[in-house]
Ligand binder design. Sequence first.
Ligand code: DAH
Length: 333
Amino acid sequence: MTVQMSDLEAQLTALRDEAQQAIAAITTLEQLEQLRIKYLGKKGSLPQVLGGMGKLDATERPRIGAIANEVKEALQTGLDQKKAALQSAQIEAQLEAEAIDVTMPGVFRPQGHAHPLTSTIEKAIDIFVGLGYTVAQGPEMETDYYNFEALNTPPDHPARDMQDTFYLPDGNLLRTHTSSVQIRYMENNDPPIRIAAPGRCYRRDTVDATHAAVFHQIEILAIDEGLTFNDLRGTIKVFLEAMFGEIEIRFRPSFFPFTEPSAEVDVMWRGRWLEVLGCGMVDPNVLKAVGYDPEIYTGFAAGFGVERFAMVLHQIDDIRRLYASDLRFLRQF
Ligand code: DAH
């Protein structure tokens, strides 16, 4: 049986039209791949039709062959174009699905702010950093040595009394002041030294308007050759003026085991003197305890009560307000 040339030509055109309709109708890349296999795959329709070419008259083959190539190219182009179209549609759809409408009203989240104690510490630290001091820190759980002994505080000193200090069952204690950081820092660093050490302290104080069992101090320590009480006075004055602006201050002679001479500083607040810090020249015994030569080095130290500072800065009448977590109070700062 011979295959009529017109038969094959008609089959090819019909195949092309059918395939093009099918390509136009499909909507997914998977369907497209199935179509490709169906028409152009090894066992697909086009190769099948072409199988009939062998039976063609030799003179007809080139012409039908050319038509077959055209059909094949037309299908291939159709498939390629559809593939590109489906792929970009897929990307479009994905972009659409992931789009964020930036004009939509958001969920309102109230913005918090620093607690007045935190902002007071930050303000004080900023001033000392501006004066060339480095921030130092130490543990809140201390040994007797760092909290008392190395600070020239003899065993019979009242500060060691059970009435004042929280002792832990293992013999350690909760530091009663940040002065312990002085010792830890000097043990690990050589002079000259200038540090500011903020931190939490603990005492068995009866809580009232100006006393809390947990409170904060900032310790400063400067050690160098030739430092005098005048340097201490100048530093404290510059600091308090930067902290509070124009404020009346006075130095009062005092006593601390770790400084000699020692002083307390009061600021004029609401018509009366309010003690805000203790200070003095570092006692030679303290320098000896950390292996510094007191014949070469002198230094000064001070400890500030952060709560007192915050009370003066913000006109707070009762220290307990700082710990009550009452938002009506805190929102004012
Ligand atoms: N540590 C003292 C206190 O808790 C405060 C103090 C006084 C610190 C004199 C010092 C200082 O560094 O020199 O009350």
